[in-house]
Design a binder for this molecule. Structure first.
Ligand SMILES: [Zn+2]
Length: 97
């Protein structure tokens, strides 16, 4: 058994303009409409953020963690196309605009 996780929601809110931006697919790159330029990317595959000021963003992403065997992970992927990743590889990418 190994700990795996999947991204159930990839979203963040810009505190400057109040807009919530959500990335629903891996190349679904969304940006808010103000000078803070909050962007989210990665969908259910990875969590990527860029912004002028990270203090002005509120993280809204949710992840689910489970103890699974590799076999169970493969099965979930085949049946439901869910993307589970080993928790050791969990990364949050951040870039300043
Ligand atoms: Zn904004």
């Amino acid at each position: 058994m190994q700990k795996f996780y999947r991204i159930t929601r990839n979203a963040a809110k810009c505190k400057v303009c109040g807009m919530t931006v959500e990335s629903k697919h891996v190349h679904d790159f969304k940006t808010c409409r103000c000078e803070n330029q909050l962007s989210v990317d990665g969908g259910k595959c990875y969590i990527k953020r860029s912004a002028m000021n990270f203090q002005d963003i509120e993280e809204l992403s949710t992840t689910e963690e489970r103890d699974l065997s590799q076999e169970e992970v493969n099965k979930l992927y085949e049946e439901k196309h869910e993307s589970w990743y080993p928790i050791d590889n969990k990364t949050n990418q951040k870039e300043t605009v």
